[in-house]
Structures are given as C-alpha cells and as structure tokens.
Design a protein around this ligand. Structure first.
Ligand code: DSN
Length: 452
C-alpha cells in the first residue's frame, strides 16, 4: 500500500501527514482543487444557514484508517471480525451523543439526517401511514413528506403552515391533526427563525395518538448549548444532522429520551430497539466508521465552554443581522429571530431569491434563496433569502461585524440592475468595492485550518 522507502508501520499521525503529500504528488489536479476550495472558504463570507466549519480535529478524525473497517451491526454484535477498535469508537460516540443531549439512547450510524428520518418513518409507519408536517413554503424539509421526496410518495401527508405573522399557530396545528389523524407528527424546519414549542407539539401528538418526531438538524447546536428548549424528553424520537450546527461530519443521529422504552406501533417492541433495527438492517448496511469517529470528536467539542460561547454569538449575531436588515428597510419574516436564521422576503426590494443569491455570490457572500410562505415563485427562483450566522460566529465575528456584513449586502442588492426574475447586471465598480470589503473582513477573521 505504501511506496518503498515510506514507513512500514506508520502511526495514525504519519498516515495523515503522508496522505496529503501522496495525494498532491499522485493526483495534483485533485490536490489543487482541494487547495482552491480551502482558499475559497477562507475568502468567502458564508451565511448559508445550514453551514458550519468543521474544526481541524474533526476533519482529521474523518480521514483515517477507519475507512478500511467493514463492520455491519453494533458494538459487540458485529457481522464481521476486526472491529475491536471501531467498537470502542462507536461506543464513545454514542456515550458523547447521550451526554450532550441528555438522551437515554443514541444511534450514531445514520449516514445523514435524511436517512435517519426515513428510518424513523419506515419503522413507525405502515405503508400509506399518515404524517403531519410543516409545509415546504413555510420552512419545512424535503424529507418531512414533501411531494418530491420518497417520504411524500410512500405516505399520506398533510401539512401545517405558519400564521399570517409567520409564527407557528399551535391551535391551527391541532385542528389539522384532528382532521388528518396522523400516525406521526413532525416538528422540525429548515427555514423557521423562531423557537419551536416541543411541549405543545407533544400535547397535540398525545391528543390524536400520534408519535412525535422532532428534527432539530438546524438548531442542534443551540439545543446542546441550552439556548433552545430541548425536544429530547418531549418527542418520542429526535433526529439531527451532524454537519450543521454541530460542526461535525456529514451524518445523522437518532436520540430518544424518557420514552425510549415506550412500545412501538406493534405494541411489543420498545422504541429504542425499534430504532436499532430500523437503522441496521432496516435502512442501512455497513456504517461509516470514519464518520462515526468524526461525530465522536465533534460531540466532544460541542461539550466545551468555547462551543457554548460560539452558540451565544450565533444568536446575538442573528439578532443584530435581523435588526440591521429591518433598519435598512428589508421585510424580515416574523420581524426578527430567536435562533441562527434570518429570513427575508426580497420581493418588496424588487428582487427574487435567485437574483439576490447570485449577486451576493459574485461579491463573495454566500446566502441561499428560499421559498417563503405564499411564495409565487418556483423553488429555483424563490421569493426569499435565508441568512445564517453559524460560520460568522465561528470565525469570531460579533454583532459589529455582522452589521458591517448587512451594509455590504444592502449596497450590493440596492445597486444592481434587475432585468427579470432570474437576471441582473452589476456595475464592475460596485462589485470590486464589495469584494474588497469582504476580503478585508475575512482577513481579519480567518478560518482555522490548523490546530494552532
Ligand atoms: N436541508 C438543507 C438546508 O437546510 O440547507 C441542507 O441540508
């Protein structure tokens, strides 16, 4: 496997160091692209709400010899030999996930939160079973029963939306639940800037005899830091992705709280056992050991005081961004935010989501277009923009810098010449000035790509 002259018994550390040299030597094209990506991330202001920057030790844990381990099953009950160290690593990840979220049970094997959600639904619902979830235009997620997702074709899905003020209306959700009689209610969003009241969701679920699934992918860091109420003891099952606010690898978790021993729909199996089987062998074969090691590392970082401070800055920054955008005349949905996310209806500024997204990207600011409640545009265009403050906070920026970002964003969006719903023109001087301001901010708050 190693070139002659290279160590024959390398330590993990030397494999990591050797790996980069071998890659750039043997595949300079790929090496150059990876280098270019690192520079691009350093020089861009990422305000994509689902993004975070994985710390170097998480990236390191993800790129190790564990990639060579094949081990279906769970620790102590594998279908392949040679899992002694991987067993210990998966056990560590499970223990850390349980501790971070105060959970009774954790499954760290899902390849993503999408797979976790599908495993949960597949285990709890019969074919054609009924789901009630937030609709896509109101901030829901594809895997919560959207028509384009397998979850929307296998199950009978009804949606709740948001009220005229953009907030969830729990009375209306109860009415929808009484009407649709779902087997599973999903509380979760990918574009909702306010707290979710999981206790009220649970009361609604209990009223109609449904299981409650909370998908906290976007807010998992805030939940872990105690800055958003936790669903773990309200929902029967909680899922999350690990690469968003947890700043870990691509992957998912399934967490169970006080209902972990409650019986599943068959009336016999305990929920935690159902989840074990649902992930493996139900929806996945071999787990990804590298990803599980990186989850273990990310969850250790999530337990630290530094992570808590970052999450506080995430929320402070989002509030500052929202206030500044409102002051600049933008239509901020719900008038503000409780989490890391700010949603703006850009139509009143004479824009569409795609035009605004592309104009900002041209200047080094990454924000994604989003559907908004009552949106007349298709998803590829969108009437809204979704901002997030995870990465700005990770870079060490605070409200002062975030207000500066809002100023650059406003100068770009108010300076472009909009041609139609998808096209615009930008003056070169405007672009150069914005890029220079982005460059200066990014240089003052660099991303950390080493362990110093
Ligand atoms: N769900 C998508 C988002 O919120 O951006 C990506 O995971």
């Amino acid at each position: 496997m190693f070139e002659s002259g290279q160590p024959t018994n390398p330590t993990t550390r030397s494999i990591a160091e050797l790996g980069w040299d071998v890659l750039t030597r043997d595949d300079p094209d790929l090496g150059a692209l990876l280098d270019a990506e690192a520079h691009y991330q350093t020089a861009s202001l990422s305000m994509v709400a689902s993004a975070s920057m994985a710390p170097p030790s998480v990236l390191c844990a993800h790129g190790t010899v564990l990639s060579n381990v094949t081990a279906e099953g769970y620790p102590g009950a594998r279908y392949h030999p040679g899992a002694v160290h991987f067993d210990a690593i998966e056990t560590l990840a499970v223990e850390r996930a349980r501790r971070v979220f105060g959970a009774e049970y954790a499954n760290v094997q899902p390849h993503s939160c999408s797979s976790a959600n599908l495993a949960v639904m597949g285990a709890l619902l019969p074919r054609g079973g009924r789901i009630l979830s937030l609709d896509l235009d109101s901030g829901g997620h594809l895997t919560h029963g959207a028509a384009a997702s397998v979850s929307g074709t296998y199950y009978d899905v009804a949606h709740y939306g948001v009220g005229p003020d953009g907030h969830l209306d729990y009375g209306a959700i109860l009415d929808r639940a009484l009407e649709h009689r779902p087997n599973v209610i999903i509380a979760g969003a990918s574009a909702y800037p306010r707290w979710m009241d999981f206790s009220r969701f649970r009361a609604i679920a209990d009223r109609v005899g449904a299981y409650l699934l909370a998908d906290i992918s976007h807010i998992a860091g805030l939940v872990a830091a105690g800055l958003h109420p936790s669903p773990v003891d309200y929902a029967h099952i909680t899922t999350t992705s690990t690469y968003k606010q947890l700043a870990g690898p691509r992957g998912g978790l399934i967490l169970l709280g006080k209902d972990h021993r409650r019986t599943a729909p068959d009336g016999r199996t305990e929920l935690w056992k159902l989840m074990q089987r649902a992930v493996f062998p139900g929806f996945q074969g071999t787990p990804d050991p590298s990803s599980i090691a990186a989850k273990a590392r990310a969850l250790a970082i999530v337990s630290s005081g530094a992570f808590q401070a970052t999450m506080k800055r995430v929320v402070d920054n989002a509030k500052a961004l929202s206030d500044e955008l409102v002051a600049l005349g933008y239509d901020v949905l719900t008038g503000g935010t409780d989490n890391h996310m700010v949603l703006v209806d850009v139509r009143s500024a004479g824009l569409t989501g795609i035009v605004a997204e592309r104009a900002l990207e041209e200047c080094g600011i990454l924000v994604n277009r989003n559907k908004i409640p009552g949106d007349p545009f298709p998803p590829a265009v969108g009437g809204g923009l979704r901002f997030g403050t995870n990465v700005l906070a990770q870079r060490g920026m605070g409200p002062f810098e975030v207000r500066a970002c809002a100023g650059i964003i406003h100068d770009v969006l108010s300076g472009i010449d909009v041609r139609d719903s998808s096209h615009y023109a930008m003056d070169g001087a405007l672009r150069d000035a914005a890029r220079e301001r982005v460059k200066v901010l990014c240089a003052r708050f660099p991303l950390q790509f080493d362990d110093k």
